[in-house]
Design a binder for this molecule. Sequence first.
Ligand SMILES: [Cu+2]
Length: 338
Amino acid sequence: MSILTRALLGTTTITILAAPLPALAHASLKVASAPANSTFQAVLRLSHGCDGQPTHTVAVTIPEGFIAVKPMPKAGWTLQTVEAPYAHSYELHGEEVSAGVTEVRWTGGSLPDASPGEFVFHGSVTDFAPGTVLPFKAVQTCADGEVAWTELAAAGQDPHDLPHPAPTLTIAQAGGHDGSSAHDGGSGHDGHGAAAAEAAGPLVIETGWMRQPPPGAKVAGGYMTITNNGQDADRLLGGSVAFAGRVEIHEMAMDKGMMQMREVEGGLEIPAGGTVELKPGSYHVMIMDFTGTPPKAGETVPITLEFEKAGTVATEMAVGSMGANTAPAHGAMHHKAN
Ligand SMILES: [Cu+2]
């Protein structure tokens, strides 16, 4: 359980600006869209510290309706949470939830002015209408001041016109899900395969697999084939797994004569009527910052993928040997979790 830090309540008010900001200052959520009634891994991205000073504290205010928040520890930082009653109560996994984490703070670290940083927390999106925008106000504190990403766009206003827009999460179409209560897209409960088909809409995800990570590894590639039977292109934006803090979409590409791995900017397009294969040496899901026990060959692990339109889609990866170059013979395709 997290440390409860009631002493911090009331100390969070904002907007002392010690120094002018550089032009590209920015704070945002890496994946900025999620369906109602889904679990969501929020990755807060800060493009740098304060102007000329490292950031030592990052505080995020959790909006009403984003519940059951669990922040991820970050190496070199101390995690603190404020818990408080929600304005409403919610049903989650058949239980009433009326209080929880309303603020998360990472303190005592050092995000250099020149460096971007990522701060991660999980939570459940409750029953919002598609198009709803949830603000996650974030404040960076440095030795001599703060940078407060807390401004909200008025109706019709472009948030890019604000000097310090709050990071936001926009509620996506839920892809035909009935949405009666929040559910956990990534925990691998039974009936998980059926749930994945339901949530995926026109997307079919097959032959998910990964290699057993070598001892001490902190990252691994994940591979799968994604077919889009719909009329509209979709984009694979990211995802989450239980054993790691971060999932990105990467590609291998030649850069200045060298094979390089890099993040796919804006997500990987899955064209309407098309199939995209994620495979070694090409596109892959990059599972990063291992936090739990890494999977072993022969196991099947759940992974939740985030698509721009289809939203959160639960699927699985069969785990092959360390040197495998293709999916294990009995892939995850027909696997039934139980
Ligand atoms: Cu990669």
